[in-house]
Design a protein around this ligand. Structure first.
Ligand code: NDP
Length: 299
């Protein structure tokens, strides 16, 4: 390596620190006689990837002392059934956070389901009111979507100067790109959002002091796209064929990490970067939901 100032942003280690902080705070709540935070997961249908994600989330809850309540509805569940379940969970005081695992089967109206979640329990941060508040100056969402929230924590803990920085976000999805851009604006960065119609992408990216890449294109961002000294957060998770691996593929990000290491000040690897942060931030949001519930009880 020829870039001695480069530092890997170790999402796995930072996520472990955050989980340890949450476990301590949960234990402190219980000592004070406050309730154990609870997360309800709602899974609809038989999507194997979704089943894995829900299992990982519930396991992570157990590790920090958060109670989880798993609900699994059949593939052919009706809109009414899903919404009724969410309404029950909204009313259940043991449940502080509600996570509806996306995507839902095609016949269900995802947006309507997400709108049914009480904003005080919207730990995924996808409720239109929470997103709307994030987009408005001087308003605060109760919860921020977990993946972009994780990106911001990685930047902070890596020591990036966010205020005044030129930030570029690659991707404008509802779950990553757009909320990441809004969070950077909130922290006083000057933000450019790129997407599939952006012209001269490498040139735009080269202006970034901070780059968040969330496009889902394997190693699209090359070393010569990156400004020397930039902080690079790679959200992408892409499978590429690899016959040398037992499972026949390996995971890569949207950034060519080995090349970017030679120019950047710091970057996240894939795996081991943003991925572990997403669940850690879900736990953080669930703890916050319990704190909001305490405050509401004392009103
Ligand atoms: P989407 O497919 O919803 O959005 C992709 C965005 O990238 C779109 O805005 C699209 O532009 C833009 N885009 C696609 N191709 C190009 C291109 N060639 N040049 C410029 N922009 C392009 O993806 P998500 O936001 O859901 O996810 C992005 C990546 O992050 C995926 O790899 C996903 O697996 C990963 N991910 C990782 C998570 C984690 O926990 N680490 C969590 C969530 C996602 P347009 O809007 O014009 O179509």
């Amino acid at each position: 390596m020829t870039n001695p100032t480069f530092r890997k942003i170790d999402g796995k280690a930072i996520a472990a620190e955050i989980r340890a902080e949450i476990a301590q705070k949960v234990a402190a709540r219980l000592e004070k006689g406050l309730s154990r935070p609870g997360l309800a997961t709602v899974l609809v249908g038989e999507n194997p990837a979704s089943e894995v994600y829900v299992r990982m989330k519930r396991k992570a809850c157990a590790e920090v002392g958060i109670e989880s309540f798993g609900h699994h509805l059949p593939e052919d569940a009706s809109q009414n059934q899903v919404e009724s379940l969410v309404a029950e969970l909204n009313a259940d005081p043991r449940v502080n956070g509600i996570l509806v695992q996306l995507p839902l089967p095609g016949h269900l109206d995802e947006e309507k389901v997400l709108q049914t979640i009480s904003i005080e329990k919207d730990v995924d941060g996808f409720h239109p009111i929470n997103i709307g508040r994030l987009a408005q100056k001087g308003r605060e969402p109760l919860f921020v979507p977990c993946t972009p929230y994780g990106c911001m924590v990685l930047l902070e803990r890596a020591g990036a100067q966010i205020e005044g920085a030129n930030a570029v976000v690659l991707g404008r999805s509802n779950i990553v790109g757009m909320p990441a851009a809004l969070l950077l604006i909130e922290r006083n960065a000057t933000v450019t959002v790129c997407h599939s119609r952006t012209r001269n992408l490498p040139e735009v990216v080269r202006r970034a002091d901070i780059l968040i890449a969330a496009v889902g294109r394997p190693e699209m961002v090359r070393g010569d796209w990156v400004k020397p000294g930039a902080y690079v957060i790679d959200v992408g998770i892409n499978r590429v064929e690899d016959p040398t691996r037992k499972r026949g593929y390996r995971l890569v990000g949207d950034v060519a990490y080995e090349e970017v290491k030679e120019v950047a000040r710091a970057a996240t690897p894939v795996p081991g970067g943003v991925g572990p942060m997403t669940i850690a931030m879900l736990l953080q949001n669930t703890l916050r939901a319990a704190e909001i519930a305490d405050a509401n009880e004392n009103l």
